[in-house]
Every structure is written in structure tokens, then in C-alpha cells.
Design a protein around this ligand. Structure first.
Ligand SMILES: [Zn+2]
Length: 227
């Protein structure tokens, strides 16, 4: 069985996290969202985890080689023997190159980078429509997809519904611009290596999931047939 070593790419609002969780369940693969595995390493207090902690405590960005160290530690665990899903790293070409050389060292290979494509308008519609409860930020609604019974009022506790700063159009546009600037060269990098796969992220989560399954089935078949 070829290893399902996967990278998930997509702009904020693309549903990447949802797909990562579904892939994790469907294929029983570990899902490594960068922030989560960094926090886990700190908690476990491994040598590299302690390094991560030092940067985080100082409020500094964790350097690429340290992040790669954390990822490498994960990839060598039994749970990742048949594959893994990376989300949130790499974000830039130098990070992708560094990850590739680490993978080589570990005698492994990326099978696919899956890019969930979503238009800017769709991202604005998805993220811009979110409303968060003032009383409890865990109570989240969407003006279009999941509206409260009464406009701008939380169904659960009657709290006022607000647009979080992160969900304001100018902030979303800024995040998208940053994503585009960094990720476009990254997708070109994986395209050149012949492992980039596009999925139409404007479809429903079920349809996106099905499309990803289709891609992985084809890739597995190709590898098994030695193509
Ligand atoms: Zn509420």
C-alpha cells in the first residue's frame, strides 16, 4: 500500500480544516495542523517541544527548522506509518524545500498536495457572514447558512451577535492577499513536482470530500501499478 502523505492547501474559508478532519476519519490518518502539533510538543515537553516553548514564551515566531523538527518527530511515530495529513505547513517555498529534504532523510515522499480552490467572493460570503455571540464566543451563527431565530440575537443565551474582527471584510481581504502572495509560488512548486491536485472548494463539504477521495483513489492505483 503506498503511503498517503498529504499536504492540504487552501485559503482561509476554504473548508480545509473540515476536510482534514474528514480525511483523518475516512483513512485513519493522523491530521497535523501546525498550531496543534506545536502546542502538543510543548505539552509533552520533548526536547524540541522545549525549544518551541522558548520561542512561544518570548512571543517570537517558531523558526522553520524547529517546526520541521516537530513534524519529523511526528512522522516517525507509528501512527504516521501509512501516511499523514499536513495542514498549515509549508506555507512558503523555502519551507517546502526544507520539508522535502527532511522527508528525503526519512526516506519518504509526499504523495499529493491538495489545493482547495475557492474564489475571493465565496470566502467573503462564508467568513463575512459569520456572527459570534458576545456572551460566549463558542456560539457561532451565519447570516445565510445558519441564521439565529432572531436577527443579531443568540438563540442560546440571548447575547448580542457581533462580527469578530477576523471576519470583517477588510481583514478577510488582507488575509487573502497574504495567502495569495505566499501560496501561489508554493502551488507552482508542487505543480512542477507533479503532485499538485486541485479540488473545487465552492461545492458542498460532502462533494469536496468525494472529489478528494477520487483523487486519492486514482493516485493509489497509479502507484500500485507503478506508473
Ligand atoms: Zn450565546
Amino acid at each position: 500500500m503506498p503511503e498517503l502523505n498529504l499536504i492540504l492547501l487552501g485559503p482561509p474559508g476554504s473548508g480545509k480544516g473540515t476536510q482534514g478532519e474528514r480525511l483523518q476519519e475516512d483513512f485513519r490518518l493522523p491530521y497535523y495542523a501546525t498550531g496543534d502539533i506545536l502546542r502538543a510538543a510543548v505539552k509533552e515537553g520533548t526536547e524540541i517541544g522545549n525549544q518551541v516553548k522558548e520561542f512561544m514564551d518570548r512571543g517570537d515566531l517558531v523558526p522553520d527548522d524547529v517546526i520541521i523538527g516537530v513534524i519529523a518527530e511526528r512522522l516517525q511515530q507509528e501512527e504516521a506509518a501509512d501516511g499523514f495529513i499536513l495542514d498549515g505547513f509549508p506555507r512558503t517555498v523555502p519551507q517546502a524545500e526544507a520539508l522535502d529534504s527532511k522527508m528525503k532523510e526519512l526516506k519518504r515522499e509526499m504523495m499529493a498536495a491538495i489545493l482547495i480552490d475557492v474564489s475571493e467572493d465565496e470566502v467573503l460570503r462564508r467568513l463575512g457572514g459569520r456572527r459570534t455571540c458576545e456572551q460566549n464566543p463558542g456560539h457561532i451563527y451565519h447570516v445565510e447558512f445558519d441564521p439565529p431565530k432572531q436577527e443579531d440575537v443568540c438563540d442560546i443565551d440571548g447575547g448580542k451577535l457581533l462580527v469578530r474582527d477576523d471576519d470583517k471584510p477588510e481583514v478577510i481581504k488582507n488575509r487573502l492577499a497574504q495567502y495569495k502572495e505566499k501560496t501561489e509560488p508554493l502551488t507552482a512548486y508542487y505543480e512542477e513536482r507533479g503532485i499538485l491536485n486541485h479540488v473545487d472548494g465552492s461545492e458542498s463539504p460532502d462533494e469536496v470530500e468525494e472529489a478528494i477521495h477520487g483523487i486519492l483513489a486514482t493516485l493509489r492505483r497509479e502507484e500500485e501499478e507503478g506508473m
